[in-house]
Ligand binder design. Sequence first.
Ligand code: 5GP
Length: 122
Amino acid sequence: MAYDDTNIFARILRGEVPCDKVYEDEHVLAFNDINAQTPVHVLVVPKGRYVSMDDFAANAPDEEIVAFVRAVGKIARDQGVAESGYRFLSNHGEDGRQEVPHFHVHLFGGRRLGRMITPIAQ
Ligand code: 5GP
């Protein structure tokens, strides 16, 4: 799947659409989800043009992958959920119900979470 430069996270990264930023470095931007599911619901986004986890894992340089994972850990600590616990999750593709075609991780926390997935398809 080719990267679509009109996706909403690409527009946020270009500064065309505002976001509630919680973290930024050379490789990573993180902001609060517009439709938060938990008290802490942060989206962590690489600045590079990667469609999904599959694309990122296969094609991102090591430096960007390391920066991304380090950023997720730091953001969780900064959000105050490293001790209480959190979940990070990435939807890939149709079965994963990915809506925005720019790789991102959801960081959920701030309350006790439900089980990992709903047991039947919805
Ligand atoms: P996905 O299903 O692709 O993993 O999740 C996309 C997420 O992006 C959803 O949780 C949705 O609420 C969030 N989202 C979609 N549009 C925007 C936006 O314009 N701003 C922010 N902050 N989040 C968005």
